[in-house]
Design a protein around this ligand. Structure first.
Ligand code: ADP
Length: 322
């Protein structure tokens, strides 16, 4: 294989740049010409291929986001859109494609590979919901950003006897929220995977106040039955008395923008290089991930349409340690 392309798609994740860099540099070392596709599947449909050499990816390993840009592309969800992309790949003589992205993006890469094109996915999403990788690129950085926010909120919360509802990202997966709650020593956590009713939160917070705590933290997953805004509305509507004054902080996209952690840079470097190895040995239609401390490949057909299950023992742990 002599000519390959790489793109980043869907939600950006810190470490995507490190993954692109690894694809470009390991591909170049193997004598391949590597092309970057700007703006995910949109750029692919438009046939945009930028030649990238090892020097073009210098100075990006420490930067969050993706220098190629990412996009959500509705046209790629249609067969005609994917056919356009396939034509663009073939007419530019591209022989293999690396797709760095999350669940949606890997569904796209699976459908493209089913059309006969050699595609390899790289597991990258802050949500950590992808089957085929214990941990995905961006999770560690996003988690550390959430943790830093929790630590800061505890400091200000203690001065005013406040309770904070802090909402973290993760779509339908509670991984980030749960890990942030454990690492941040939160009083409680709400997750998409477990229905927690507002009454339970009221009780946890009132108990914390009565036990003499100077602050309290509730980590709320954005995909939980009650997000932070809805929970706060419930508290107001029901005139709930919890002792603490209640405040809401929604971390939102702040969680994505950080400089990638060492762990994310190393993971991204391994997975990016692993994707090129996979293309070179002719193993296509797979997701490159990291499982049980080893680089792994999982057929994309076993990845799409699934969501990784949360380890519920960790939920119990969060409850024990509140
Ligand atoms: P992520 O990869 O972060 O989960 P999205 O779910 O937004 O992000 O998906 C990113 C892009 O992947 C979409 O904009 C679309 O171009 C492509 N994609 C998502 N789902 C599908 C699908 N079912 N079929 C084809 N392409 C898809």
């Amino acid at each position: 294989m002599k000519k390959i392309a790489v793109l980043t798609s869907g939600g950006d994740a810190p470490g995507m740049n490190a993954a692109i860099r690894a694809v470009v540099r390991s591909g170049s070392q193997k004598g391949m010409d590597v092309y970057g596709v700007p703006l995910g599947y949109s750029g692919l449909i438009d046939g945009k291929f930028l030649p990238l050499g090892p020097r073009d990816v210098g100075g990006i390993i420490q930067k969050g986001g993706t220098f190629l840009g990412s996009a959500r592309c509705e046209e790629f969800k249609t067969e005609s859109g994917r056919k356009k992309a396939l034509r663009a790949l073939n007419s530019n003589g591209i022989e293999g494609l690396v797709v760095i992205g999350g669940n949606g993006s890997q569904t796209g890469s699976y459908l493209l590979s089913e059309m006969g094109f050699p595609v390899v996915g790289v597991a990258s999403t802050i949500d950590n919901d992808l089957v085929g990788s214990d941990i995905t690129i961006g999770v560690d950085t996003a988690l550390n950003i959430a943790l830093e926010a929790i630590d800061r909120l505890k400091v200000t919360g203690s001065s005013h006897q406040r309770a904070f509802l802090i909402e973290v990202m993760g779509r339908k997966c509670g991984y980030l929220a749960l890990m942030a709650a454990i690492a941040g020593g939160a009083e409680t956590v709400t997750l998409p995977e477990v229905d927690v009713e507002p009454e339970e939160i009221v009780e946890v917070l009132s108990n914390a106040y009565e036990r003499g705590k100077s602050h309290a933290i509730v980590v709320v997953a954005e995909g939980a039955k009650y997000n932070a805004t809805k929970l706060a509305e419930y508290f107001t509507e029901h005139h709930e008395e919890i002792g603490f004054a209640l405040r809401v902080t929604i971390l939102g996209h702040v969680q994505r923008g950080g400089s990638p952690s060492a762990q994310d840079r190393i993971l991204a470097s391994r997975l990016g290089a692993g994707a090129v190895d996979s293309l070179e040995r002719g193993e296509y239609g797979v997701l490159v991930g990291w499982m049980n401390n080893v680089l792994t490949t999982t057929p994309l057909k076993d990845v799409v349409g699934k969501t990784k299950q949360l380890d519920m023992q960790l939920f119990e742990l969060a409850r024990v340690l509140d």
